[in-house]
Design a protein. Structure first.
Length: 203
C-alpha cells in the first residue's frame, strides 16, 4: 500500500502501516533505553562522536542484501536522533515549525511515544509525502547531504520518510519483516569506527 498523494495529505496518519512503522521505531528506542540508558539526557560526549548517516547506511546495506524491512525502522530512528540532538551548530527550525503549525489535530498520533523519542518528529514523519524512490539508499544519502548543506531539519524528516515509504511499498525483490537480535545487528559507527551493538555506545 502506498501513502495517499491526495490533497488531504495529513490523513496518511490513519494508515495502519504507518502506525506499525512508527510504533516499531518507538519500541526499538524503548529497548535501547533499557540496554544503553537514556538518549535524550545521556552523556553528550558520546553522542557528538556518533555518525548517524554511517550507521544508517550499514542498515540500508543490510536491507538491500536481506530484504528485511525491520532495518528501515532503525534507519528512521537514526535520523530522529539527529533531529533531537543535531551535530550541526546552527540548525534551522523554521520549516519544521511551519509544518507543525499546519498539522490537522483531527488526525492525532496513534503511537505510544517513549521519552527518548521526539513526538513532533513522529507526527511530521507520519504525514510527510516524499517521491517514490527506486534507489532508496542513494535517495537517503542525497537527502542527508542536503541536511549538511542547508542545516534544515526538514531534510532529516524527509530521509526518514523515504525509509518509511520503502517499508510500506518496498522495491526489494524479496521483502519480509522479521525482528532481529543484537547478533544480527550491523552495528553502529562512532569515533570513525564500526562498533558492535552491545558495546559502549551513544544510543
Amino acid at each position: 500500500m502506498k501513502p495517499s498523494t491526495g490533497p488531504e495529505v495529513w490523513t496518511v496518519i490513519a494508515d495502519p502501516e504507518v502506525t506499525v512503522f512508527l510504533q516499531g521505531m518507538a519500541d526499538r528506542m524503548a529497548i535501547s533505553f533499557f540496554k544503553y540508558g537514556p538518549f535524550v539526557k545521556g552523556p553528550l560526549d558520546k553522542w557528538v562522536s556518533f555518525e548517524a548517516m554511517s550507521s544508517a547506511d550499514l542498515r540500508l546495506k543490510a536491507y538491500e542484501s536481506s530484504g528485511n524491512t525491520e532495518y528501515l525502522m532503525d534507519v528512521a530512528n537514526f535520523f530522529m536522533m539527529e533531529f533531537m540532538r543535531p551535530h550541526c551548530r546552527t540548525p534551522k527550525h523554521t520549516a519544521v515549525a511551519a509544518a507543525a503549525s499546519e498539522k490537522d489535530e483531527k488526525f492525532p498520533l496513534r503511537v505510544t511515544v517513549p521519552e527518548d523519542c521526539s513526538e513532533l518528529f513522529m507526527e511530521l514523519l507520519a504525514c510527510r509525502q516524499v517521491p517514490d524512490e527506486l534507489h532508496v539508499r542513494a535517495a537517503i544519502c542525497r537527502t542527508w547531504d542536503a541536511w549538511l548543506l542547508h542545516r534544515d531539519k526538514r531534510y532529516l524528516i524527509d530521509a526518514a520518510a523515504i525509509a518509511m515509504r520503502e517499508f510500506i511499498a518496498p522495491h526489494h525483490e524479496h521483502p519480509y519483516f522479521r525482528p532481529t537480535d543484537s547478533r544480527e545487528s550491523p552495528g553502529i559507527v562512532y569515533m570513525g569506527k564500526r562498533h558492535s551493538v552491545g558495546e559502549d555506545s551513544p544510543a
